[in-house]
Design a protein around this ligand. Structure first.
Ligand code: MN
Length: 255
């Protein structure tokens, strides 16, 4: 029997992880390990300065007072007896496209799985709530089956974004677009008249080129992007060496 580890960044009580568990149950033993509260936009944070408490809620279901990355790390080290056949992170409430990927706890859990060579999927719903988790179920199951059958390229995770509030037109394999949040800092005043700042909202600036994740979900298509862990700009290596001459600099204080 296949073993499937699921986690998320919206927390153990989110509807998305319940839907994910139900969706994947026919494919194997599903073990759920998720944060005890919403960890959205926590990126790839790892908790190193306090101990973590794991609570066994039910059979194969745990919550942790830590981050999505903590959940994956502790699952692989202490809960599972061997590496799972698949890791799925989600289903996130809201898209993880373009620059969202840098902030996303959902995608970071899949990055952590990929670092341990576990085939890993990140799944998010795009559009506005209320979302149709049922509509996403068949797509997620199909992508999970194919990933377990064929594997993924080395050091690569599958980032899946599914239109959650509209009729789905098809599936596109995409590249990461750009989605930069402008005016995303709101100023509010507390009862004592002091200014405070609340990050959120705003309007995204888009690179929504035809081959991007941003374009696909914006036009009713499921977006599936291969995300590589190697963030090196390989063309930048020769630029740094040759144009900037960095390896020829006479460094001060080199012994
Ligand atoms: Mn989230």
């Amino acid at each position: 029997m296949k073993t499937i580890l699921i986690t998320n960044d919206d927390g153990i009580h989110s509807p998305g992880i319940a839907a994910l568990k139900e969706t994947l149950a026919p494919l194997g033993q599903v073990i759920t390990v998720a944060p005890d509260r919403d960890n959205s936009a926590i990126s790839h944070a790892l908790t190193m300065h306090r101990p973590l408490r794991l609570v066994h809620l039910a059979e194969d279901t745990y919550c942790l007072d830590g981050t999505p990355t903590d959940c994956v790390a502790i699952s692989l080290a202490k809960i599972l007896v061997r590496l799972p056949d698949l890791l799925v992170s989600g289903i996130n409430s809201g898209p993880n496209i373009g620059d969202d990927i840098s902030y996303s706890g959902t995608v970071s859990a899949a990055i952590e799985g990929t670092m341990y060579s576990v085939p890993s999927l990140a799944v998010s719903l795009a559009g506005e709530p209320p979302f149709s988790y049922q509509g996403a179920a068949g797509i997620i199951r199909e992508l999970a089956v194919r990933t377990m059958a064929y594997g993924l390229p080395a050091n690569t995770l599958m980032n899946i974004n599914i239109p959650g509030d509209t009729q789905i037109k098809g599936l596109r394999v995409t590249r990461q677009g750009r989605r930069i949040w402008k005016q995303a800092v709101q100023e509010i005043t507390d009862p004592h008249g002091r200014a405070h700042y609340w990050i959120g909202g705003g309007t995204p600036l888009l690179d929504a080129g035809l081959d991007t994740d941003v374009h696909a979900v914006g036009n009713g298509f499921v977006s599936v992007t291969p995300i590589h862990l190697d963030a090196t700009n390989h063309e930048g290596i020769s630029y740094f060496k040759d144009d900037l001459g960095l390896e020829s600099i006479a460094l001060p204080h080199v012994l």
